[in-house]
Design a protein around this ligand. Sequence first.
Ligand code: PLP
Length: 398
Amino acid sequence: MERHRKRGPSTASVHGGEPRVRAGHSLTVPVVLSSTFPFADTAELRAYMDGEQARTPEYGRYGNPTIAAAEAKLAALDGGEAAVLMASGMAAITTTCLAMLRHGAHAVFTADVYRKTRAFATGTLARFGVAVDVVAPELDAIAAALRPETKLLFTELPTNPYLRVVDLAAVVALARSQRIKTIVDATFATPVNLQPLALGADLVVHSTTKYLAGHNDLLGGVVVGRHAMIEAVREQLGTLGGIADPLSAFLLARGLKTLALRLERQNASALALAQALEQHPAVARVWYPMLPSHPDHAIARTLLRGGGAVVTFELHDGLAAGTALVDAVEIPKLAPSLGGVESLIEQPALMSYYELSPEQRAALGIREGLVRLSVGIEDLDDLRDDLLQALDRCAPGR
Ligand code: PLP
């Protein structure tokens, strides 16, 4: 019998990072609501400050037992040495980039990273003297953008809303050959569908708001990687202050236990719905990485365990048809966000890109007839019936 086989994702999501149970202790980690953590006496204070005694940091901005438990589980799930949890995905992204970049450095971001990540890169980082290039999520475009002073490559996969999948192993190898650190925002992939650290990425970030917490009830973000880099990010976090709160950390650790189970359902349901959408006459095009029609299907099949919950599609009859559909479905709720147990639906043109003109949206590649569906854990037959009845009503002439 194989004794040292790596444990599967469901075992990792339930037990990963959990301390060995001791008789009489709580099975779950309690919510520790304390802003400060006292010392018994000055001798203990000195022992801690001199690094001779390990314990919870002295103050809540530097650490908390509930947060540390969630971090241990997140590190285990991504196969990293350590993790640092923060108040939101954006806190994790901004704090990490600020920890890694200096005035005069150059950073490359791939073009369809989350919109606020791009805004941070081209706005905030640029304002503080970091040169930033935003390039297509393709190996040639990334290679052409690298310079001797490039310190960071930030990419995301699958991307939003077209679920593009860059050849991560090739991108990471390229960056490594030039001593450039790679950060991968794997929010849309989750540790179940993709393990960026195993491919050589330096850091992986997630908005834990999405699949990892999984219940649309909290905001959070995490960065995972090697001890030294995570400690540098944690040091930066201690100054910037975007820390997680213990109650959210508890809910996150609880949600994580069903991550692999939820993903199994979401991967399967989203693929089935993407296939059904492709057959419907009202639908012009569907983007889902596990469909052979997706431009990155070949690489997605080698890289990803599943395509995730998000399916993007375009209706022939544009914005108005999308609105009719979104208003006609009964199960998915009209809301941004993704990855949770409830199905959500939205039109990117009217949600993340509302303030732009159709021409400005077109310049960013955001088509007017686009609809983004995040598939929850409801029964597939109910979701399919609901979507098809709404599509039939929206495009009666087709
Ligand atoms: N990264 C990706 C890919 C996202 O989709 C989002 C949010 O939608 C974020 C980061 C930011 O996460 P948060 O909303 O938790 O700040």
